[in-house]
Structures are given as structure tokens and as C-alpha cells.
Design a protein around this ligand. Structure first.
Ligand code: ASC
Length: 148
């Protein structure tokens, strides 16, 4: 019986307590991962912004491709913010205000899905309309949770 309960406990721990950071060997790896994901995201988002703001000509195909990358990349950084991965540009508040952090991350992801749909339309006005709220959703999280 003692052995069974030890296994049950181990299974419970594995099922419920494995932090997202467990997929990284070291917290530095998690920090590199989230910074890398956000850097790629920012590059592609910036290209959309340049089109939305008229700094480069609108190219519907490029916009669609960039927005698809943005919507995909937006799913990734969060796994790099697991327990015990404080550091980099991340404010400690992330780990103290998890509900708020998660809420902002979900809003950002939702805005990038809308942005990808807008880009898919091939219509510059739709891209412009979706870009502002998407940028605001990036900024909302940076304002609260990024130190520099
Ligand atoms: C970008 C980028 C961000 C956001 C943010 C929006 O292009 O790299 O982090 O837009 O500046 O306010």
C-alpha cells in the first residue's frame, strides 16, 4: 500500500505541479526562449506596422504571411515564463500577478488572431483597423510587466 500511494503521489505531482519551466533545462534557457519568440514576433509585427502606417507599400501577400507568423508566435512566449524563471526584462510582478499576466497574454493572442484575419482579407483598411488594437495589446503587457 505504501508503494502504491507513493506512485499515486508521484503521478499527481507530475500531472498537476509540473511547471511550464520544466521543459527548459535552465531558467536562462526559458529566458532566451521567450526573448527569442518575442523578438521574432516583434520583427513580423513591425513589418505589418510599417504597412499599416504607410511607411512601406502595402503588399497583401506579405501582410498575410507576416500576420500568420505573428499569430503563431504569439502563442509561444508564455511557456517561457514558468515558475522560477524570473529575470531578463521581465518584472517580478509577472509572478505575483499571474491572473493579470495571463489575461493580458490571452488578449494579445486574441488580437493577433483578428489581425491575421484582417490581413487575410487583403484589405489595407481592415489591416489598419486591426493593427492598432493589436499594438495596444502588446503595449498593455509591456507597460505592466516589462522593465526596460
Ligand atoms: C512593435 C513591437 C512591440 C509593439 C509595441 C506596441 O512593433 O516590437 O513591442 O509594437 O511597441 O506598442
Amino acid at each position: 500500500m505504501k508503494k502504491v500511494s507513493a506512485w499515486a503521489l508521484a503521478a499527481l505531482v507530475a500531472a498537476t505541479a509540473l511547471p511550464a519551466s520544466a521543459q527548459f533545462a535552465k531558467s536562462e534557457d526559458a529566458i532566451k526562449y521567450r526573448q527569442g519568440a518575442l523578438a521574432v514576433l516583434g520583427q513580423h509585427f513591425g513589418r505589418l506596422g510599417a504597412m499599416a502606417n504607410g511607411k512601406i507599400p502595402f503588399d497583401a501577400k506579405a501582410a498575410q504571411e507576416n500576420a500568420e507568423v505573428v499569430a503563431f508566435m504569439a502563442k509561444l512566449p508564455w511557456a517561457g515564463f514558468g515558475a522560477g524563471t524570473e529575470g531578463g526584462k521581465a518584472k517580478p510582478e509577472i509572478w505575483k500577478e499571474q491572473a493579470k499576466f495571463q489575461d493580458l497574454s490571452e488578449k494579445m493572442q486574441a488580437e493577433t488572431v483578428k489581425l491575421a484575419a484582417a490581413a487575410k482579407s487583403g484589405n489595407l483598411d481592415q489591416l489598419k483597423a486591426a493593427f492598432g488594437p493589436a499594438a495596444a495589446s502588446c503595449k498593455a503587457c509591456h507597460d505592466s510587466f516589462r522593465s526596460r
